[in-house]
Design a binder for this molecule. Sequence first.
Ligand code: ZN
Length: 320
Amino acid sequence: VKSTKWAIGIDLGGQSVKLAAVSDAGQLEAFRQVPIQASWSANEMVDFLLLQMDELGQAVGASGIEPQAVGVVMPGLMNDERTRLLFAANLPKLSDTTFLEDLASRIDMPHVFDADCNAAAWAEFRVGAGTGSQRLIVASIGTGVGAGVIIAERILRVRGHVAGSLGHVVVDPTGPGCACGGRGCVEALASGLAIERAAELRADEDPGGPLARLRDQAGRLSCEVLGQAAVAGERVAMEIIQQAGRYLGVAIVSWSTIYQPDRVLLAGGPSQLGDVWISAIREGIREVGPPRVRDLEIEPAGLGPRAGCIGAGLLAIERF
Ligand SMILES: [Zn+2]
């Protein structure tokens, strides 16, 4: 392994933590994904992460890799300095605690904390499908809709540490209520969760229909199940995916008006929905967008679910 610098990248999610040693070229060593409990206190979480870092350090140490810094990324709101966690939707026990301060005090290396969406965007920009972009948006479509924005080779931080709440751009003022307290946000209409909910609703409304039968077979109407059904020509599944895709297209038009991206990359669960979904997104863009955005490059992200972990490591290396 001939790389000059290594850091530990940690991507803390609601159900698991991903970590690895990350090189300055974005290469991963000893990647692992370990389950966590959302019920853990800040202290328990800090203890657990330190244990994981120790084990990782020993695992890569055997191959002569010595990480020099640590990057920890997670969803949620931090203060402007990114030293204190104010709110963590997926890990409510950590919200407004001294979690980051406690973690910082026990990491004996340079370290950096950031939002997971910023880290994923940075990784795509540096070593993924976003290289060479002047203005890049990397959107993660999962339980929610989040995005990082890279402008002129820097992470855009409009307020606090993020570019804004891109998942809460309104795409239908008459749409359903959103977790944020607003109404008709793209997250409420086009996230993976929104797609699965729409499918469940259709199955309930039509107990003898195709989606109810599909649910009986598969147990749950996941994005993966719906994507396969759409590919197999199941019309209702296709309609639900197309509807969500169009809403995402409308949101991308609004994002583009503000950030003027030259490329938008999409990551997350619904990427499994395939061509039906991507086509619907392009259709949504063409339906409402001005000519300027109709040729916008919309592409799948390049690094997959490890992007946050890679970005965490790269941010740690580049900062120190
Ligand atoms: Zn919202």
